[in-house]
Design a binder for this molecule. Structure first.
Ligand code: GDP
Ligand code: IMO
Ligand code: MG
Length: 447
């Protein structure tokens, strides 16, 4: 008699660290390496969920000699056993989304399943137009947006002029909503010196066609996610942007229009607070910023250019050069507090190698007073003088040398890098789990 062989999938076994629901988010101004870290941690996940933002995000994943730049599609997509979910808190540009899917298909990579919340809001052509026109009207207060229509779409959501994914599946509801919004948008655009361009009928036709292509992916994502959690599945909630771009807690008005912090997960996916087991903050070993606004530790000298060049600090979405500066623990400490961070991942440690010394801002001074909490007022922030702790730099290391270090974990770190990590941990009172030393999926040191 043939004996029965039972294959137990690794995915049906309990999580190795017994933390089924993890949040991964940026602690600075975006581009910390969230895409890389989400893809890495998706190895143990069954689901990866985006909870906010839209195609203003640019998340890079490097696997071998292939580079993938994701904007709307969650960073679990390159793992075939992972379900990628676009939550209700995301604003979705259908044409941009479908184009991204086409590019992934052309790349001929194994992909997991994809789902979109029926409650996510839709970026309309007039949102993109208004984004550009409002930026021009704001003058010095312009954030330097990605011009993807993100802010105007969230504005319509809040003022209840929005169109949701479920409306694209329902021609009568869609027409009724567009009939209410379109004339007002046309007038507003005209008042800002623009022209809406397309007729309402043209937009209806275009978006109904896009809706048909999206239909196979649409579901009630909150039901899907909660069901997965009920079954003990591992879920990653992938943040876009960063804590200091958050609409409430970020650099206002120079940030974005969504809730990029842990609280945004609950609103943007429809799960309760007790379902979150761990919150991981991604910290770039220095600071970068694409867009306007005060930046206390910004470097304007050759060293700044060196870090920007070595770090390849060019925006993934807009191709703009990012501003760079030293690591700012006032900023990251703020992120620890508002997100309730349990652990940190430090990225781009390789970019700082070979420097004689490395500075880390521990606090600011303003009008002779020490400041330990990131100020709300942008005029105050602009006057804050960073106060630095200086650490010795670690030597320039080849990829081979980094690999050897990675095999040994914390004990293998060069003493200067170990001191940098320990300083961050002691200052923020949060452990560092991983140090990343390159864009590649496997270029990580587990501490
Ligand atoms: P995200 O928006 O947070 O996902 O980050 P981006 O993808 O916009 O920017 C991070 C950039 O740094 C990408 O080009 C990544 O491939 C790259 N990257 C991530 N981690 C590391 C690292 O540890 N070292 C180096 N040199 N590059 C990294
Ligand atoms: P990821 O997910 C860095 C910035 C823009 C601008 C401000 C508002 O790749 O880290 P928006 O288009 O959102 O209205 O722009 O926010 N910004 C980002 N900066 N990384 C991002 O995303 C960003 N998304 C938006 O540069 O200053
Ligand atoms: Mg990015």
């Amino acid at each position: 008699m043939a004996s029965a062989v039972i294959f137990i999938s690794a995915k049906s076994m309990p999580s190795r660290d017994n933390m089924p629901a993890k949040v991964i988010l940026g602690t600075q101004w975006g581009d910390e390496g969230k895409g890389k870290i989400t893809d890495l941690m998706a190895d143990e996940a069954e689901m990866v969920v985006r909870f906010q933002g839209g195609n203003n995000a640019g998340h890079t994943i490097v696997i071998g000699d292939r580079t993938f730049k994701l904007h709307l599609v969650p960073s679990g997509i390159l793992r075939k056993d992972v379900v990628s979910v676009v939550g209700n808190g995301v604003v979705l540009d259908p044409a941009a989304f479908l184009e991204e899917l086409d590019r992934l298909s052309e790349a001929n990579v194994e992909q997991g399943q994809l789902k979109i919340s029926d409650r996510a809001h839709v970026i309309m052509p007039y949102h993109r137009l208004i984004d550009g026109l409002e930026e021009a009207a704001k003058g010095k207060l312009a954030a330097g947006t990605t011009k993807r229509g993100i802010g105007p779409c969230y504005s319509d959501k809040t003022s209840r002029f929005g169109i949701r994914i479920c409306d694209l599946m329902d021609p009568d509801a869609f027409r009724q909503k567009l009939e209410a919004a379109y004339p007002l948008k046309a007038k507003y655009i005209q008042a800002l010196g623009g022209d809406i361009g397309q007729s309402m009928e043209k937009i209806l036709e275009e978006y109904m066609a896009l809706g048909k292509r999206l239909a196979p992916y649409v579901c009630d994502a909150s039901v899907l996610i909660n069901d997965a959690l009920d079954h003990g599945k591992n879920i990653l909630f992938e943040g876009a942007q960063g804590t200091h771009l958050d609409i409430d807690h970020g650099i206002y008005p120079h940030g974005t229009s969504s809730s990029t912090v842990t609280g945004g997960v609950l609103i943007g996916t429809g799960v309760g607070p007790k379902r979150i087991d761990k919150v991981v903050g991604v910290v770039k070993a220095y600071t970068s910023r694409v867009g306007t606004g005060p930046f206390p530790t910004e470097l304007f000298d050759d060293l700044g250019n060196h870090i920007a060049d070595k770090g390849g600090e060019i925006g993934t979405t807009t191709g703009r050069r990012r501003r760079v500066g030293w690591l700012d623990l006032v900023m990251v400490g703020f992120s620890v507090r508002v997100n309730g961070l349990d652990s940190l991942v430090i990225t781009k440690a390789d970019v700082l190698d070979g420097l004689d010394e490395i500075k880390v801002a521990t606090h600011y001074t303003l009008d002779g007073q020490d400041v330990h909490d990131f100020p709300a007022s942008m005029t105050q922030l602009a006057r804050c003088q960073p106060q630095y702790h200086t650490l010795p730099g670690w030597p320039e290391l080849s990829k081979e040398e980094w690999k050897v270090i990675a095999e040994k974990g914390r004990d293998g770190l060069p003493e200067e890098l170990a001191a940098f990590v320990t300083f961050i941990e002691a200052n923020l009172k949060v452990p560092v789990d991983v140090v990343s030393y390159g864009p590649g999926r496997e270029e990580n040191i587990y501490l």
